[in-house]
Design a protein around this ligand. Structure first.
Ligand code: ZN
Length: 75
């Protein structure tokens, strides 16, 4: 059974890069996973402490290093 804990509204979280949902925290055996509430297949952090920073890094549309620019046009 999945039990989700909402993340406080005053904490900045990137939306899920796959579906745009605000992430939630799942508690599993005393460990915490930051994940998408819609699907387990979307990005989720490793079990441990609540690592919103890792979630934010992985769900950023533009990586922090700015290694390449996309030529794709949004249609
Ligand atoms: Zn998602």
């Amino acid at each position: 059974m999945e039990k989700f804990i909402p993340i406080q509204a005053n904490i900045f979280c990137e939306p899920c890069k796959d579906c745009g949902a605000r992430p939630v925290v799942e508690q599993a055996k005393g460990k915490f996973i930051v994940r998408c509430p819609k699907s387990k297949a979307h990005y989720q952090t490793k079990p441990g402490h609540v690592d919103i920073n890792d979630w934010n890094t992985k769900n950023k549309v533009h990586p922090p290093l700015g290694n390449k620019t996309s030529n794709k046009q949004a249609s």
